[in-house]
Design a protein around this ligand. Structure first.
Ligand SMILES: [Zn+2]
Length: 151
């Protein structure tokens, strides 16, 4: 029997999340804080883990009622779930589909994993440039894979 999740009338469905990464997506959206403390929850949220997918074999799906995502949030999702697709739901219908994509430059989206990086000690805002081989910190100039950045 399929796992049934109610359709949402207004909100966002994040589809094609790599299996078992849905929890990380939930955390970075601060819908559930990783410290076990919960923000005041206004929306209902459904996370479906490890369901069969045509495209990916297995995937996670996150449904968030009554909330659309900010561009900065979409960029954070792109770091940890680069294949994710957003479906914006309005009036019970898919109003917009959007594949997440990292922009050429990420400002203040993530923290540099290099503990010696000046962007961490000086409380500078972080800047990463999206290069073909990875994301380069503009301060320490190290190159990182998208999922290595701290979000
Ligand atoms: Zn750095």
């Amino acid at each position: 029997m399929p796992l049934l999740i109610e359709r949402i009338q207004e909100g966002t469905v994040i589809d094609r999340i790599q299996a078992f990464r849905g929890i990380r997506v939930l955390e970075i959206l601060k819908l559930v804080l990783s410290g076990g403390k919960q923000e005041e929850m206004k929306s209902r949220i459904a996370l479906v883990i490890n369901v069969p997918s045509h495209h990916m074999g297995r995937k996670d799906i996150l449904k968030i009622e009554g909330r659309e995502l900010q561009p900065a949030e979409v960029n954070k999702i792109a770091l940890i779930a680069p294949q994710a697709r957003l479906n914006v739901i309005r009036g019970g219908k898919v109003a917009k589909k959007q594949d997440v994509k990292l922009p050429p430059k990420l400002e203040d989206i993530a923290i540099c994993p290099n503990p010696q990086c000046i962007s961490r000690s000086e409380r500078e805002s972080s800047v990463f440039l999206n290069e073909p081989s990875g994301l380069r910190c503009q301060y320490c100039e190290r190159l990182f894979a998208p999922n290595e950045l701290l979000v």
